[in-house]
Design a binder for this molecule. Structure first.
Ligand code: FAD
Length: 464
């Protein structure tokens, strides 16, 4: 890598070289995983470049190609698989200054990649009374480009499914890393090339997504004495045709009491809860379903007094990876898994098997048209060997595990080569400079995913 040549070629662009600041921007939430923390603790970029426009991104990509400099795109750095960490050094391309909203009309919004999700929603609400269909629980900090590059689904997925479902992303505009970088507008089948590709095959500059009717969502917590009653209630709500909800998350006792300190006054330690966001008119019908399921409404934001609601985070910040974050704040030895259960019986089997070593947390998401239980169970970490064993037992029992303790696309995903993303990388990043080490199929086409060994990117550059 000829860093000096690269710097000369991008002269005039906003660059940061202070090693402390560069290291800060070389990090995401990788420390969620004790395994990634050990593996990635010492990786850092050489510099950060902050493009202000698509033309700047084109210049950066052209210069990187000529001078052999790895580029790792960064939105807000809230990914938690080390996705945004520059394994081979080089430059972080920080999209944080590219935040313009280009258009809001006809049920869609076009935003520059660095736009923060909450700000996108604020703007669409003000302009057309609509909001995004899906957002991660990092809504208040994450960027729209980072969500599409590194996320999968989130709040709203109970109704709309995930980012990969056709219709949830309409257009992705990206810049390739070639001698003469191309600017491509991907639509239709081509969208899959860049959704959840960790920026390995293009730098997204702009996205277009659909919006949907905005509501003043009511935060609701329903408490249950039996954890399986909480799970069955969650499924019932997911299936209830007339119920407009944006979030449904069952969480097993004692997690809500031990790790949600501001909410614990609403329920007892032995109670499991379901966290929901419901349209205002859906809360009363929801209360009927809760009563039928032996649940008690422990909290509803529309009826709570100002005193009761004071200082409470929004309900979505109890779900998704925020459940893990809250547990980690109390007990730093906690980590988590990402799983998919065939049904509630499969989930119950794992709960019985692991008890309080793997406390249950699920999100109800729409999968192939039907609500399904996606797990983000907590895990009381003791050793990497035990972690691997727990994963293996899940898989041996037919539970899918999307391993959040790996930094590669494949190991954190379907454990197989994604031909479409690989083929696109060959054409869009022929020198393999975009986020090196994150796509096994590019680095080691013969890697055996069945062998259950962890892939270690040989190009990791550690800096003391
Ligand atoms: P970054 O972390 O900066 O980047 C993510 C990935 O995308 C990286 O590989 C990066 O290289 C790439 N990338 C970033 N910008 C671009 C670009 N312009 N072009 C190409 N590639 C790019 N994820 C979910 O899906 N759902 C959730 O509900 C959710 N909840 C979370 C809760 C917590 C507490 C935490 C820590 C994480 C959570 N995440 C969740 C993961 C993450 O917050 C989201 O996926 C988020 O949308 C990432 O956005 P970001 O701007 O922080 O991206």
């Amino acid at each position: 890598m000829d860093l000096a040549g690269f710097k000369r070629a991008i002269e005039g662009l906003k660059i940061e070289e202070n090693p402390v600041l560069v290291k800060q921007k070389s990090r995401d939430f990788y420390w969620y995983s004790p395994v990634l923390k050990r593996q990635l603790e010492n990786v850092t970029a050489d510099l950060v470049v902050n493009p202000q426009s698509e033309e700047d991104v084109v210049r950066i990509c052209a210069a990187a190609f000529v001078h052999g400099v790895p580029l790792t795109p960064r939105g807000a750095g809230t990914g938690n698989y080390g996705q945004a960490m520059p394994l081979s050094g080089g430059a972080i391309v920080n999209l944080a200054d590219m935040v313009k909203l280009k258009s809001i009309a006809g049920g869609t919004v076009v935003a520059e990649a660095g736009a923060i999700l909450e700000q996108v929603d604020n703007a669409t609400r003000a302009a057309i009374g609509e909001e995004m269909r899906i957002h991660p629980s990092t809504y208040r900090t994450a960027s729209i480009g980072g969500f599409i590059g590194g996320g999968s689904g989130g709040v709203g997925s109970v109704r709309w499914g995930g980012l990969r479902n056709l219709g949830n992303v309409l257009r992705i505009r990206l810049v390739t890393c070639e001698a003469v970088p191309r600017i491509l507008d991907l639509t239709g089948e081509d969208l899959h090339k860049a959704i959840h590709a960790y920026g390995t095959n293009g730098i997204i500059t702009e996205v277009e997504i659909p919006t949907t009717g905005a509501y003043d969502w009511v935060d609701v917590i329903v408490a249950f004495d039996s954890v399986m009653d909480a799970v069955h209630f969650s499924e019932t709500v997911g299936h209830a045709d007339g119920m407009l909800v944006k979030e449904v998350a069952p969480i097993a006792a004692p997690v809500p009491f031990d790790y949600f300190p501001r909410h614990k006054k609403f329920y007892r330690r032995e109670q499991s809860i379901v966290v929901l966001m419901a349209a205002p008119f859906a809360v009363d019908p929801l209360a009927i379903l809760a009563a039928r399921a032996k649940g008690e409404i422990a909290y509803r934001s529309d009826k709570a007094s100002a005193e009761e609601s004071k200082g409470l985070p929004p309900a979505y910040e109890l779900g998704w990876n925020h459940t893990t974050l809250r547990a980690l704040r109390v007990d730093p030895s906690i980590t988590y898994l990402q799983t998919q259960y065939a049904d509630a019986a499969a989930l119950e089997q794992m709960m019985k098997r692991f008890g309080d070593e793997v406390p249950m947390h699920c999100e109800v998401i729409r999968f192939n048209g039907r609500p399904a239980l996606a797990g983000l169970p907590l895990l009381r970490f003791t050793s990497e060997e035990r972690l691997e064993e727990i994963i293996r037992i899940h898989e041996d029992n037919g539970v899918k595990v999307f391993n959040p303790h790996r930094y590669t696309l494949e190991e954190g995903g379907m454990k197989q080569t994604d031909r479409i993303q690989l083929d696109f990388k060959k054409e869009a990043d022929p020198k393999g400079l975009l986020n090196p080490g994150k796509m096994i199929a590019w680095d080691d086409p013969s890697f055996d995913f069945e062998a259950r060994r962890s892939y270690i990117f040989p190009g990791i550059r550690e800096v003391a």
